[in-house]
Every structure is written in C-alpha cells, then in structure tokens.
Design a protein around this ligand. Structure first.
Ligand code: MOS
Length: 752
C-alpha cells in the first residue's frame, strides 16, 4: 500500500523546475488569437455616484483598444446570487452596471490595450469625478446596520440551552471579556487573474479558482449563455488562503470585453486591487462569558459575536455553533450578529469561523484556568465530552485530550511553571501557552472518471482542483493501490469543466469527498474486470469475483491464480476499461449529483452525529523585556484527523497552517481608514516569513473513525491554522502577565 505512507508531490518536480502550468500562465504561443490586456480603474470613494470620466489623458495612447465603463456595460450582467445563498458569485455587487459607488476600490472602468503596460498606464490616466456620500466603514461607524444572523440567513439558529445568564450570575468563578480579531486579506502569490476567449458562441475562461463549476454556471447565468458552451480551466493554483472560491466580479467584464473586441482578453489586477475586487476575512468581536464551579466544571457559556459584512449579500461566517459544542456545559447561550457596512462582501478565509471564534473561546478558557489555579490542559480535561452538549448527539470520535497529551509530551509542557513571568532567558521573558483546534468535517458529492488501459496506464479525471493541498498526489497514490499499478503510471487530470463535475475545493473537503469517489471508481473497475475474468469459460472461471484483487499488474485470486491485466482488460475492451464514479456521502441530499452538475456548493455535515477533526496547539513565546519584541521560537501541534492518507503532505500542510496562525497572532491586519484600506500591499500587510517561524513541529494522533465516511478520512486543510493565535496570546500572558484580547499582538502592546 502506498496510501498511508509519506509520498512527495507528484507535481513537485514540475513546480520547482518552472515547467508546471498555473491557471494564470499565458497561453502557449500561437494558440487562440492575439491576446489583448486589460487593466482596472477602481473607485477612490466608498459611497456615492460617478459624475463623469475624463479620458483626455488616455484617448490617443497608441495601442489602446477600449475603455469600458457603466456607459458601455450597464445591464449587460444579470444578477446572480452569492455562492453560499444558492448562487455562484463571491459578491452580488455588479461592477460597471451603474454610476453608483457601493464601496472603496470597486471597479469603475476596464481599460484594454495591446500590452499590459499600455493598459496599466491608461488606467492610471483615467480621471473619475464623484459625488461623495458618507460611508460606514466598520463596527460602530455611523450608518452601520446590525442585524441578527438569523434575520440575514434563514437557516441560522442561535443556541439556547438552560438559563446561561442565571447560571453566570450564581457562579463564583467568571470570565467576562471582549475579544477582537482584525480584517485580513488573502494574499496568494498568484493574483486574481482571468483570461477569456470566444470561439463563435463558445467561451473559454482561464482563471485560478477552487470551483470551476461555479464560475462556469455563474458566468452562463450572468451573460445569458448555455452553460455547456462555457468552459472553465484552472491549472495549478498559486495559493488562495480561502479566496478564489466562487465567481469573481471581474470575470464577466473580461468576457464582455473579449466579445466586443473579438479577441482574447487577459486581466492581471494589481496586488492593491486584489484587496478590493475580491474577498477578505472580516473583523470580528466576541463577548464571552464563562462560569465554572470550584472543581473547574463549566456551568455557563455565553458567546455573543459580531462579524462585518456588506450591504448586498447574506454572507456571514457562523462559528458559535462550534464554540457552543466544544466543551461540556449545562447552560449555553449564543447570539451572532452581522454588521452591514459600505464594503465589499467578505469571504471565507481558511478556517473561516474557527480562527476568530476559537481565539475568543480558547483565550477565555485560559483566563478561567488562571482564575481557578488549574493547568489549562487540566481545565479542558475536566470539561471534555463525548457528546455534543447542545444536541446530545455523539461525536464520531473525540480525540481532543489525546491531542493535548501528545502535544504536551512533544512540546515539553511539563516544565511550565504555573505562574506568569516566572521564566526568563537573559533579557527575554519566556511563556508557554496552549489552545485547542477543532473543525467540523465536511464532505460533498463527487464524480470522477477512472480509466485503466490494457498496458497498465491509469487515468483519473475530475473537475476538482490542485490548490496546493496535494490531491494530485493522493489520487495517484490511491489509484496505484486500488488498481495495482505504480504511482508513476497514473495520470491525474484536474481543474477543467470538461472533466466530470466536482464541487468546491473548500471546507477541507477535497480528500474526504474525492478519495471516497476514487475508491468507488477503482472498485467499479475491479468489479468489472473480476466479473469478466470469472465468467463461465473465462480464465478465472469458478472463483468468486469479490475475492479477486488488482495487484502488480494482474487480477489475483485468493488461490494464487493470476490473470495479467492486459488479458483481463481485453475481455471487456481492446484498449481500456473506463468508469464514472458517482459518490454521494451519507447524509447527502438525493439531488446532490444534480446540484454538482449545476455548479452548486453542496457541502454536507453529518446530521446524526458530530464529526470533527481535533488538534492541540502549543507555543513558546519570548518577549524582550526592554524592546517588547515578540518572538515565537517554538510551535508544536498535535492533530487527529481520521485516517491520514499521506503523512508527508499532511504534516507539511499542518505546519504551513501553524505558521499562518503565527501571522494571525502577531502580524496580519488590514487597517481601515474610514471605509478604505490603508495598507493594501505586501510592504505594509505583514505575513510571517521563514525568519519568524523558527521551530515548527506537527505530530499526528491516531484517530480511527469508521463512521465519518467509508475511508475514515476527516480532512485537515484548515486544522493547522486554528488555535495558534490563542496559544500565542496565552503564552504572552504566561511570559508577561499581560492579557491581550485583540489581535494582532504588537510590540506596542508589550511596552506601554
Ligand atoms: Mo475553507 S476557506 O472553508 O475552504
């Protein structure tokens, strides 16, 4: 078996030698006509109207092809709903539809020219005049509208269990505090590019996306096209952090420009524009109230949360369902609210709700441990539960404390003195902190084609995407194991709507969904070969077909009889056996496959039990006693995520997430000035680098879970980032006695 062993990425050599094809790479020379280049003009104001364009500096530019504004494009794009509301887009805002300005940095013109340089220069020379109105930028801005999440999203339900407020009032041990997390922006190396080309009434879009089906169907709906005539191709994705998840605002503009000009058009927005034409993680704030008895058992939990969203979409992250179900507690009340402001719609950023929501809860748990004089791991052990306190449903597995134990051993938690400010190394104050990571398992319907040729060549094809998570490698490993061929003999094709439909590469659901589909497809191939080989008069006649397996290029019977693959395949077809696997998870809707074909998101959560992946994060923090500089010399994480199919790529992904979590704790923040972003570039938007991440260690904790899905896989794409921010904040407290409840924690927080 190759699955379960560490295998390096099959696309790795191509990536590191520069031959890998990314979605944004230009087309090979001589294909598809001469590409014209587009550039964007974006709004300088946050709310109001465009009163005019001055194109005098632009018109005569040699090589300029067109300037498109709402005067040209109004009414050209039909409204389509948000992906999370049954539609396809990441924002219902339609640029160039009218003179109205809904947010700062919205697209107000698309300039097209023979070269990108001419287009960019012309875009800079377009002068736009506005009539400005006051805009609400964020929490507490005049004009911001606060709504209960249950009003915005009809399926949302706040939790009400027992009388949490009365239990709080009666409790001797209480933590009541507000925790805040900032705006963050997805800053993948690969920008949010699009290239559109028409051939007659057929449109081909090259765009880095985690959901080619949504781009295909959304664009068809926006432009009134037959979806069968829209092909979306996404090569390897150069990073996403949760962006690139649905149809973007700019795609239809590029398609329209290409149609009007009769040429392919390519758009590479600037880094700065990517802060406003796409999504972001919105700022959040959490009022947490925790009560416990003298034995450290929680008696009440109240979690009131507010997240920012736009005025035009019902998108808001929900996370209090997770914080409410994490620990045993008899009285729980949650209330989630969205605050609607004059900004673009936010979007999912890896571990969309868990990253901010668990920062709040896991910081509060640490505060409670100090108050009770308990070790923070011990406090969590006293409140561990095998069933969801809210619904009473069981967890399919619950290795949270196993993660804390494994992590504590690997990290050396035992040397932590139970007193803040007790550890020093020269001028550095040293602190150790920990926090939980949890993430509900999501799974989706998936289809996939498996082809096994007589010469042993195998091919696996699905519209799913290689987002850097290693799914190409996993598919090759799985096909190798289940078809009895070498990994190098498996060709994997992904990221194209011409292939069998697949859902979003999101919610950490790719492995759970696609690998179960692959197991099904390979089983179908094996079944057909076994049936043909054991038919009366066939070479393995008389054996039970279920007993046959594919192994090292042959069908092998339990009695040792072998039929070479080439002969077995030729019993069915001279060239190859091919099958389409259609996987529907337990709890999936009956129309799940149809929804998949129509580009709908279709992520499913188990409904008879809670299936979660778990982790425990540990951080060692050094705070310089004079300069306030904060270093994190060590991060250790222990994770339980069901069956791990490739420990090498899994551990890489977990460690990458942990480093990103360090960014959440200490670095990442988009600064709001009014309703505009003030640091939209990589010079001033800080992300962790190698020099910030010193020793990062992840360990895997066994988590056999036969109920979660046939392969027992939980997915861990987002597990690594969760809880690191709280572990670091908790370690900062241990080092200094200073509790920081607002992220990121900066030098200035340490020296005041
Ligand atoms: Mo994740 S940002 O829920 O794909």
């Amino acid at each position: 078996m190759v699955l379960g062993t560490g295998h390096s990425r099959v696309e790795g050599p191509a990536k590191v030698t520069g031959t890998a094809v990314y979605a944004s790479d230009p087309p090979p020379p001589g294909t598809g006509g001469r590409v014209a280049h587009a550039a964007l003009v974006t709004s300088a104001i946050a709310r109001g109207r465009i009163t005019g364009f001055d194109l005098s500096g632009v018109r005569d530019a040699p090589g300029l092809l067109a300037v498109f504004t709402h005067r040209e494009f109004a009414g050209a794009i039909a409204p389509v709903r948000h992906l999370m509301a049954g539609g396809y887009v990441n924002s219902a805002h339609r640029p160039l539809d009218s003179a109205a300005i809904a947010y700062a940095g919205q697209i107000v013109a698309l300039v097209v020219a023979e070269t990108a340089e001419i287009a960019e220069a012309a875009a800079l020379a377009v002068r736009v005049s506005y009539e400005e109105e006051p805009a609400a930028g964020g929490f507490d801005s005049p004009g911001a509208e606060t709504v209960r999440l249950a009003v915005l999203k009809d399926r949302h339900a706040d939790v009400r269990l027992g009388d949490a407020d009365a239990a709080l009032a009666a409790s001797p041990h209480r933590v009541e505090a507000r925790y805040e997390t900032p705006i963050q922006h997805h800053n993948p190396i690969e920008l949010f590019t699009t290239r559109c080309a028409w051939e007659g009434d057929r449109l081909t879009v090259h765009e880095p996306t985690r959901f080619v089906g949504a781009v295909q169907h959304g664009l068809a709906a926006q432009l009134g096209l037959d979806p069968a005539k829209v092909r979306v191709v996404s090569g390897l994705i150069g990073g996403h952090f949760g962006a690139k998840f649905a149809l973007s605002q700019h795609t239809a503009l590029v398609a329209l420009a290409a149609r009007r000009l009769g040429r392919p058009v390519s758009l590479v927005p600037t880094r700065r524009q990517c802060f406003t034409i796409a999504t972001y993680r919105p700022e959040t704030r959490h009022d947490i109230r925790l009560a416990a008895d003298a034995q450290g058992r929680l008696t009440a939990l109240v979690h009131e949360a507010e997240v920012v969203t736009s005025r035009f979409d019902p998108f808001a992250m929900e996370g209090a369902d997770v914080t409410a179900s994490l620990y045993a507690c008899p009285a729980i009340r949650t209330e989630e609210r969205a605050v609607r402001v004059d900004r673009n719609t936010p979007g999912p950023m890896r571990a969309p709700p868990e990253l901010p929501y668990l920062f709040a809860l896991e910081s509060a748990m640490d505060e409670m441990a100090w108050q009770l004089g308990l070790d923070p791991i011990d406090l969590r052990r006293r409140n561990d539960t095998a069933t969801d306190p809210v619904s009473g449903k069981p967890f399919t597995s619950r290795p949270l404390m196993a993660c804390f134990e494994a992590g504590a051993a690997a990290f050396g938690w035992a040397r932590r003195p139970p007193r803040p400010g007790a550890l020093r190394e020269g001028p550095w104050r040293v602190g150790l902190g920990c926090a939980a990571s949890v993430r509900p398992v999501k799974i989706a319907a998936a289809t996939l084609r498996v082809r096994l040729a007589a010469d042993g060549a195998a091919e696996v094809a699905a519209a799913q995407h290689e987002i850097g998570n290693g799914i190409t490698t996993l598919l090759a490993m799985g096909a190798a194991d289940w078809l009895g061929v070498p990994v190098a003999g498996v060709r994997v094709r992904l990221g194209d709507t011409a292939l069998p439909p697949a859902g979003i590469s999101g919610g950490s659901s790719t492995t759970t969904s696609l690998m179960n589909a692959l197991a099904l497809g390979c089983g179908q191939v094996r079944g057909r070969l076994a049936a043909a080989a054991t038919a009366p008069g066939a070479p393995l006649a008389g054996r039970a077909p279920q007993g046959l397996r594919l192994w090292e290029g042959a069908l092998v019977a339990p009695d040792g009889a072998r039929l070479p693959l080439a002969e077995a395949v030729r019993l069915i077809d001279p060239e190859a056996v091919e099958t389409l696997a259609e996987f529907v998870p337990r709890g999936g809707k009956p129309d799940a496959l149809q929804a998949l074909r129509e580009g709908h998101i279709g992520l499913t959560l188990a409904d008879d039990a809670l299936s979660w992946a778990f982790g425990a994060q540990f951080a060692e923090v050094h705070v310089h006693s004079e300069t306030g500089e904060i270093r994190v010399p060590r991060l250790t994480g222990a994770f339980a995520a069901g069956q791990v199919l490739n420990p090498l790529t899994a551990l890489s992904q977990l460690k990458g997430g942990m480093i990103w979590g360090l960014g959440s704790a200490l670095l990442e923040e988009t600064v709001l000035d009014g309703a505009a972003y003030r640091n939209p570039d990589l010079a001033e938007y800080l992300v962790p680098t190698c020099a910030d991440a010193e020793t990062v260690e992840a360990v895997l904790v066994p988590d056999p879970d036969a109920r979660v899905n046939p392969l027992g896989v939980k997915g861990l794409g987002e597990l690594g980032v969760i809880g690191v921010n709280a572990a670091i904040a908790n370690a900062v407290y241990h080092a200094t006695g200073r509790r920081r409840r607002s992220l990121p924690i900066r030098i200035e927080d340490m020296i005041a």
